[in-house]
Ligand binder design. Structure first.
Ligand SMILES: C[S@@+](CC[C@H](N)C(=O)[O-])C[C@H]1O[C@@H](n2cnc3c(N)ncnc32)[C@H](O)[C@@H]1O
Length: 262
C-alpha cells in the first residue's frame, strides 16, 4: 500500500535522464541545492513514493525511498565497506530472519550493519563491535539517518576478546585478522548456526578457512562474486559495460557443529 513520504525520512532523489542519485533527509522548509537548481522538500513530503518533482531550473527528479543497496552505498564512509553484490551472498549464508540476534565484528562505516538491522527487523538485535570509537559513532549516525539505530547495540571491542552476548543466531566478521575473533564467535554462536566473513586477500582467506576448520566449523564455503553490468541499448547491440568493479573480497561461510559426544 502506498505510504506517503514523510518529514524525517531519508529519501533518494533520482535525476531523470542521468540516473544520478542524491540522498536527502526531508525537513520542513528544507531545500536541496543541486547542480540542476533547488528542490524544495515541501514539494516531496506527503506525496507518494515515485513522485516527480521539478527543480527551480526545470529539471525533473524522482523521489524514492532508498533500497538496501542504495542505503549501503550512501553511508558516510570512514572505511572500506561491504558492497551490495557481496552482501547478498553473505546475508543468505547468515540465514537471517526477523527477530534474529546477530554479532558483527568490524563495524567500519556501518554499511553492512544497515542491512543487518533491516533484515532482523524491529524485534531483532545487531550487536556490532569495533576497536575505533570514531568509526562506531559514524556508523551509528548512518543508522540513525535510516531510522535503524534502535535495533543496534555498538561497543568498543578488540578482536579476540570474548563477546558480551551469547546464544546468537549468526556472526559476521569483517576485519583484517578475522581468525582472532573465531574462538569468541564460536563461544557466542548457538549450535548449528552460521558464521560468515569477508577478507581482501587469498592468504587471509586460507588462514580464516583453516581456523574455522580447526575450531570444528563445517559446511565451509569460500567464494568470490563477479558482477557484470549490462548495457541495454535501443539500436546497437546489448552487451556488458567495458568497465567493471573487478574485485571486492573473498567470502567465507561455515556452520557451528557440536563436538562429537565423548
Ligand atoms: C573494512 S572495515 C569494516 C567495514 C564494514 N563491514 C562496512 O560495511 O562498513 C574493518 C573494521 O575492522 C576494524 N578492526 C580492524 N582490526 C580490528 C581488531 N583487531 N579489533 C576490532 N576491530 C578491528 C577497523 O577499525 C574497521 O572499522
Amino acid at each position: 500500500m502506498a505510504r506517503p513520504l514523510e518529514y524525517g525520512e531519508a529519501i533518494l532523489l533520482w535525476e531523470e535522464g542521468k540516473g544520478r542519485t542524491f540522498l536527502i533527509t526531508l525537513e520542513r522548509g528544507g531545500e536541496f541545492h543541486s547542480h540542476r537548481g533547488v528542490i524544495r522538500h515541501d514539494d516531496i513530503a506527503g506525496r507518494p513514493e515515485g513522485v516527480r518533482v521539478l527543480s527551480g531550473t526545470g529539471y525533473r527528479f524522482i523521489a524514492f525511498r532508498p533500497r538496501a543497496p542504495e542505503r549501503m552505498m550512501k553511508v558516510r564512509r570512514r572505511t572500506q565497506i561491504v558492497y551490495p553484490k557481496d552482501a547478498g551472498w553473505l546475508v543468505l549464508a547468515l540465514d537471517l530472519f526477523p527477530g534474529a540476534r546477530v554479532i558483527e565484528m568490524g563495524t567500519g562505516s556501518g554499511a553492512f550493519t544497515v542491512l543487518l538491522a533491516q533484515l532482523v527487523g524491529r524485534e531483532g538485535r545487531v550487536y556490532t563491535f569495533d576497536r575505533r570509537e570514531d568509526f562506531l559513532s559514524n556508523a551509528l549516525s548512518n543508522l540513525e539517518r535510516y531510522g535503524l539505530r534502535d535495533r543496534v547495540e555498538a561497543q568498543l571491542l578488540e578482536a579476540g576478546a570474548p563477546f558480551p552476548v551469547g546464544d546468537v543466531d549468526a556472526v559476521f566478521l569483517d576485519l583484517p585478522d578475522p581468525w582472532l575473533a573465531i574462538p569468541p564467535a564460536d563461544a557466542a554462536l548457538a549450535p548449528g548456526r552460521p558464521l560468515a566473513l569477508i577478507v581482501p586477500t587469498a592468504e587471509q582467506l586460507k588462514q580464516a578457512f583453516g581456523t574455522l576448520a580447526g575450531a570444528g566449523f563445517v559446511a565451509l564455503e569460500a567464494v568470490e562474486i563477479l558482477e557484470r553490468r549490462m548495457l541495454v541499448r535501443k539500436r546497437e547491440g546489448v552487451r556488458p559495460f567495458e568497465r567493471m568493479v573487478g574485485f571486492t573480497g573473498y567470502l567465507v561461510s561455515g556452520r557451528k557443529a557440536l563436538p562429537e559426544a565423548a
